[in-house]
Design a protein around this ligand. Structure first.
Ligand code: HEC
Length: 94
């Protein structure tokens, strides 16, 4: 979780925000806006896939970049754990 937070701070904060709530500095540039990851209803498998393959490959916005070429599998699974640890959606199903 700690490692995931470091990766998140480096690669994700400009869009998803320091609290992962979707309010990063660049968020207003995108429509749809970067997801509020704290409220996500997606499971870990989906979150891992969209991080690796990007939004477009998942039928979502092309502005969610694919990270598979840049991050290691370990960094991506650390991100999934970090995002899960910040999730406050009572309907979320890991
Ligand atoms: C350039 C802006 C940008 C960056 C940087 C970015 N994202 Fe995204 N992300 C988006 C946008 C826009 C969406 C919404 C896509 C949609 O709704 O179609 C999104 C959606 C997501 C989702 C889907 C959430 C859900 O509930 O469906 C996840 C997970 C995610 N991003 C994780 C990350 C992670 C982890 C990083 C850093 C490695 C990251 N993103 C970096 C723009 C970005």
């Amino acid at each position: 979780m700690f490692r995931g937070g470091l990766v998140f701070a480096n690669y994700c904060v400009t869009c998803h925000g320091i609290n992962a709530d979707g309010n990063g500095r660049a968020a207003r540039l995108y429509n749809p806006r970067p997801a509020n990851l704290r409220a996500s209803d997606k499971n870990n498998a989906y979150i891992g896939l969209i991080i690796k393959l990007g939004g477009e490959a998942m039928g979502r916005s092309q502005f969610m970049p694919p990270w598979g070429a840049e991050l290691t599998e370990e960094q991506m699974s650390d991100l999934v754990a970090y995002i899960r640890s910040n999730n406050v959606n009572p309907a979320a199903n890991p």
